[in-house]
Write a protein of this length. Structure first.
Length: 205
């Protein structure tokens, strides 16, 4: 499954169940969309006839559509409030305070302005955090692409960076490059290469 499709499925599940967390801006935008979705069908269903000034009886299908849109918007608003509470490290049961006159207003201000927990909490990672599964998939693709260009170091085991099947250094062939001879110091080499110089005598030593 592609990462974008999986992320979209997770977003739909979160909207339906209230699982996970949501930030302040996304909380505000979702609730704004729900408010518009709740008010627009009501305005359509209350249009008045210009001739009589009375609102005609809406069709049954329109009434059912308005009811379904109202219930869907209310449910999404509730689940988004639960996710916002999760982002603040609070239990989602506090959403039951919403219908109460003063407590519901205070809860709305709290959800709108309270910053969420910066790191992961018991409800999941913070909003916008990278998906670990998607990161592992990207790393696997990167390793597959760069594998032909990586040079294994022979003689390294499974815990190292090299090829585990490479022979150990003790099993390497003897035709490797010979070691350089040890450095020696010859004090008379300077005088042999320069005949004009005389080596010091015992009296000058």
């Amino acid at each position: 499954m592609p990462a974008d499709r999986g992320r979209g499925t997770e977003a739909v599940v979160a909207l339906l169940t209230g699982a996970g967390r949501v930030g302040r801006l996304q909380y505000f935008l979702i609730n704004l969309g729900c408010a518009v979705g709740l008010v627009a069908p009501l305005l359509i269903g209350t249009e008045t006839d210009p001739a009589t000034g009375e609102a005609p009886a809406p069709p049954v299908a329109l009434v059912l559509l308005i009811l379904l849109v109202f219930l869907a918007g209310a449910w999404v608003s509730i689940t988004t409030s639960i996710r916002r509470l999760h982002d603040c490290g609070r239990t989602g049961w506090l959403v039951l305070l919403t219908p109460m006159p003063f407590l519901g207003f205070a809860l709305g201000l709290y959800l709108l302005f309270c910053p969420g927990n910066p790191g992961p909490n018991r409800y999941g990672p913070p909003p916008g955090a990278p998906d670990p599964d998607a990161m592992r998939a990207q790393l696997a693709k990167l390793e597959a692409v760069t594998a032909p260009y990586r040079q294994d170091q022979p003689g390294r085991g499974p815990d190292g960076d090299g090829d585990p099947s490479a022979p150990a250094p003790s099993a390497w062939p003897d035709d490797a490059a010979p070691a350089p001879p040890p450095l020696t110091f010859d004090p008379m080499a300077l005088y042999r290469e320069n005949p004009g110089l005389a080596p010091p005598t015992e009296a000058h030593r």
